[in-house]
Design a protein around this ligand. Structure first.
Ligand SMILES: Nc1ncnc2c1ncn2[C@@H]1O[C@H](COP(=O)(O)OP(=O)(O)O)[C@@H](O)[C@H]1O
Ligand SMILES: [Mg+2]
Length: 228
């Protein structure tokens, strides 16, 4: 009997303990269902891709497998490099699920809405740089895909990320973030400048050319403005 993380029973039918014990559904999104629980006794998150009725089943399956695979590969690389991120614990690309460590803390969205202290965006910029400096892009950067933990801001949701990103993908991450900040956090007009300040801090620490990414972001922004 294959291991089914969605099975609420902790003991599997063959009498073997499942390492995964579900606790609660915490999010039902357009593409995924997220369940909190534990993995071998540690707080963990199970993310299952749900099928979209409006898509062709075959395409749907291909896309969800691609996203699980991307997320697993990226988490694994970040873990290996010691970059602050959820730890990859288990995954099944065929069945379309992934289990990672739970990051404790509110989302950046709710922290900002609650009137966060001044320099939290600088922290976000630093976290983004640490991912980018590994050559990885996020692909869906919003304040909902960032958790404010005691260790710093942890980015999550790498299903649209790229393990080997081009400069354009890195620039687009800053651009999506900018759009999100403009749309949802207009009460903090300095937010994007602070992100960039954090992103460019400590330029010699990792040998990464953050300036080139910011320049690309500026040119994407003027391109978009021109066509708007
Ligand atoms: N590793 C994690 N630790 C804590 N919360 C998480 C974790 N992963 C996801 N979540 C929670 O579940 C929500 C949805 O997860 P996410 O990976 O962003 O899925 P989706 O693709 O549906 O946006 C997040 O906004 C966050 O609140
Ligand atoms: Mg998300």
């Amino acid at each position: 009997m294959p291991f089914k993380p969605s099975n609420p029973a902790v003991v599997m039918p063959n009498g073997i303990w499942s390492p995964w014990a579900p606790a609660a559904v915490i999010h039902v999104g357009a593409e995924a269902e997220v369940i909190s629980g534990s993995w071998i006794g540690r707080p963990a998150i199970l993310k299952k891709r749900v099928s979209r009725g409006y898509r062709h089943p075959k395409l749907d399956r291909t896309l969800s497998r691609q996203r699980i695979y991307a997320e697993g590969r990226i988490l694994s690389r970040l873990n290996e490099r010691g970059i602050l991120s959820p730890k990859l614990l288990s995954m099944d690309q065929e069945e379309g699920w992934i289990i990672m460590s739970e990051v404790k803390g509110p989302t950046l969205l709710s922290t900002l809405e609650g009137g966060a202290k001044g320099d939290i965006e600088v922290e976000l910029g630093k976290s983004l740089r640490s991912i980018h400096s590994q050559g990885i892009s996020h692909g869906d950067l919003t304040t909902l895909n960032a958790i404010v933990s005691l260790d710093g801001i942890v980015l999550i949701d790498y299903g649209l990320g790229r393990l080997v990103a081009e400069l354009e993908h890195l620039g687009l991450d800053l651009h999506s973030l900018h759009e999100c900040l403009t749309a949802h956090h207009s009460d903090r007009p300095e937010a994007m400048n602070k992100v960039i300040q954090g992103y460019l801090l400590d330029p010699d620490s990792d040998g990464f050319d953050g300036r080139a990414v910011v320049d690309r972001f500026e040119s994407i922004r003027s391109r978009v403005r021109y066509h708007a």
